[in-house]
Design a protein around this ligand. Structure first.
Ligand SMILES: Nc1ncnc2c1ncn2[C@@H]1O[C@H](COP(=O)(O)OP(=O)(O)O)[C@@H](O)[C@H]1O
Ligand SMILES: [Mg+2]
Length: 158
């Protein structure tokens, strides 16, 4: 299933992220696609903020590859695999299935994941339109996302 939206500015991206954040729970795996500057880190910051994480702690993990945020007992893993190149596996950054089940995983530069791991979770692609405009395309082969995507499809971004 696939849906897409046009976001006109950062404000509407923040609004969208608040709705998405409310749908995310333990075990979710979200794969972000898009060129440098598309807004992947910005969107993850907004989602984390909506989940109650102090945005000061959310930064691009390009240099450290993985950042970890905690909210109550929930752990969020924010990974950027750009520097690891093509065909990367989640285990290359030290995460195994335990973390995938017990936390929430956000992956920037999901184009570089191996095919097996690319098949899971929610894919969120960001494309630059002009100025602050972005096209967001959300897709998943995972049935646990179908109902959530249907709900998202009904939101009015204004
Ligand atoms: N609608 C928008 N969505 C996301 N980022 C936007 C938007 N409009 C402007 N920007 C700006 O574009 C830049 C995106 O950078 P970043 O989030 O680091 O991208 P990425 O992680 O994809 O490389 C930020 O400076 C952000 O403020
Ligand atoms: Mg980034």
């Amino acid at each position: 299933m696939q849906i897409s939206f046009v976001i006109h500015d950062l404000k509407s991206l923040e609004f969208f992220s608040g709705i998405l954040a409310n749908m995310i729970h333990k075990g979710d795996y979200i794969l972000f696609h898009g060129e440098i500057g598309a807004g992947k880190t910005t969107l993850i910051k907004f989602i984390a903020k909506s989940m109650g994480i102090n945005e000061r702690y959310v930064s691009s993990p390009s240099f450290v590859i993985i950042n970890e945020y905690k909210k109550d007992r929930l752990k969020i893993f924010h990974i950027d695999i750009y520097r690891l190149g093509e065909n990367t596996s989640i285990s290359d950054v030290g995460l195994d299935d335990y973390y995938l089940e017990e936390g929430i995983v956000f992956i920037e530069w999901a184009e570089y994941l191996n095919d097996l791991e690319k098949n899971k979770g929610l894919h969120l692609k960001m494309e630059i339109l002009e100025n602050e405009g972005r096209k967001l395309t959300l897709s998943s082969n995972d049935p646990t996302w179908f109902e959530r995507l249907e709900k998202l499809q009904k939101i009015n971004l204004l």
